[in-house]
Design a binder for this molecule. Structure first.
Ligand SMILES: NC(=O)c1ccc[n+]([C@@H]2O[C@H](COP(=O)([O-])OP(=O)(O)OC[C@H]3O[C@@H](n4cnc5c(N)ncnc54)[C@H](OP(=O)(O)O)[C@@H]3O)[C@@H](O)[C@H]2O)c1
Length: 394
């Protein structure tokens, strides 16, 4: 994790902000925080895939210099909707990357999936402070991304609630005194189901998360627990820890967001109500804390907090992700790409719930030993894994 002195001293309002993926769950929560703080932020760019209606609403309210849709077919609608507003409209994946390259001090990386990789790198290349929600880009290209952050003097502030928790309690001045970190997991909607029951679940059941209201892809990842597997790899890159130093503990109440155990036996935890506006605000205001409308934690009402070890047999995604992390190279890139394709396949009814992780494992078996040195290497492996996983869907 690289925090530059220049960034430590910044933080005077108004902060110039770009939100990549502003129409998603994380994006809308970020917009919500910004709308509640008039005059504190100036918006450079907002981007979406094709949700023109929400993007237009946000743009007319926040007045960015530019609003961008990744889907070229949505350009006409966006241009018409913004006509006369003075807000520039643009479309296409390159336009999203160009938006990230524009001069905003702070960028929220909240596009879902590997589609967010190139735009996030563009923000990093010009030394921005990046609030990172898009865990897939760190899983797919972690070594590359972390090297770019160092080279360009950028700062990455994690937005995932678990990594935000660790970031807040991790002793960056003396990491050698950390014995391990413990990522907590809600266990998802199927925590208590047998594998036989899981084989029959529908996409509607799988996106219905007990504690968090999130986009469809991360909700499915939570149900398979691949989300925790991706977070394991994310934590490995963010905090520079090896596999044995990262543990996972199921905590169904989602109150303890994660923990750090020090060599003297002390365990520090960060707690809060399950509301993504808290970790988003931590990244948005960093290095200062902001007021948020998030619910306050009332432990007397919750009563008890429980913890259990994850079940590796019912949730094999955890084992797969750990193996990929240890293996390094192309393995995490393949894991991530195959998972994106398999989740899409499940959401559109092509495969069953248990097929998701099976397809990821089979795809991993087909691509071995590829080294990753450049962005081009990542994109090639990503494409190949998508093709193979796509064939398995059929
Ligand atoms: N939601 C959470 O609570 C949460 C918590 C921790 C981490 N995260 C991570 O944050 C990221 C976003 O999650 P989310 O739940 O906010 O997802 P989401 O609700 O599905 O939103 C995704 C955003 O990305 C845009 N997008 C989709 N495909 C794109 C493409 N090909 N090119 C450019 N933009 C594209 C979407 O635009 P449209 O609206 O136009 O489709 C939308 O703005 C994920 O990596 C997730 O793992 C989310």
């Amino acid at each position: 994790m690289v925090v530059t002195e220049a960034h430590k001293q910044s933080g005077t309002a108004p902060r110039r902000v770009t939100i990549l993926g502003s129409t998603g769950s994380i994006g809308c929560n970020t917009v919500d925080l910004i709308e509640r703080a008039p005059g504190k932020y100036v918006i450079e760019a907002l981007t979406a895939n094709n949700n023109v209606e929400e993007l237009t609403r946000q743009a007319l309210k926040l007045k960015p210099r530019i609003a961008v849709v990744a889907d070229p077919a949505s350009y006409g609608d966006l241009k018409r909707a913004l006509a006369g507003s003075g807000i520039e409209a643009a479309a296409g994946p390159e336009a999203v990357a160009d938006a990230a390259a524009r001069p905003a001090e702070w960028v929220m990386a909240s596009i879902v999936g590997t589609a967010g990789l190139v735009p996030t790198l563009k923000a990093i290349e010009r030394g921005a402070i990046v609030g990172l929600a898009n865990k897939e880009c760190l899983v797919s290209a972690g070594d590359l991304l972390m090297a770019e952050i160092k080279r360009c003097g950028a700062t990455l502030i994690p937005v995932d609630s678990e990594h935000s928790a660790i970031f807040q309690i991790f002793d960056f001045d003396d990491p050698g005194k950390i014995r391990r970190i413990i990522l907590t997991a809600s266990g998802g909607p199927f925590r208590q189901m047998t594998s036989r029951q899981m084989a029959a679940v529908t996409p509607e059941q799988a996106v219905d998360h007990p504690n968090w209201d999130m986009g469809a892809k991360i909700s499915i990842d939570s149900a398979t627990m691949m989300n925790k597997g991706l977070e394991l790899i994310e934590a490995h890159h963010l905090f520079g820890l090896g596999g044995p130093q990262i543990d996972i503990l199921v905590h169904p109440q989602s109150v303890v967001h994660s923990m750090v155990e020090y060599v003297d036996g002390s365990v520090l935890a960060q707690l809060g109500a399950p509301d993504m506006r808290t970790p988003i605000s931590y990244a948005l205001g960093w290095p200062k804390r902001l007021e948020t409308p998030a619910a306050r934690l009332e432990l007397e009402k919750i009563g008890s907090l429980t913890f259990e070890a994850p079940d590796p047999d019912r949730f094999p995604a955890l084992r797969l992700a750990r193996e990929c992390m240890m293996q390094g190279g192309a393995a995490p890139t393949v894991l991530n790409a195959a998972n994106e394709i398999a989740v899409e396949g499940f959401l559109c009814g092509k495969i069953g719930f248990l097929d998701i992780v099976r397809i990821v494992e089979e795809t991993l078996g087909k691509i071995t030993g590829t080294a990753i040195h450049t962005l081009q290497d990542v994109l090639c492996v990503d494409l190949e894994a998508r093709k193979i996983a796509g064939d398995f869907l059929e």
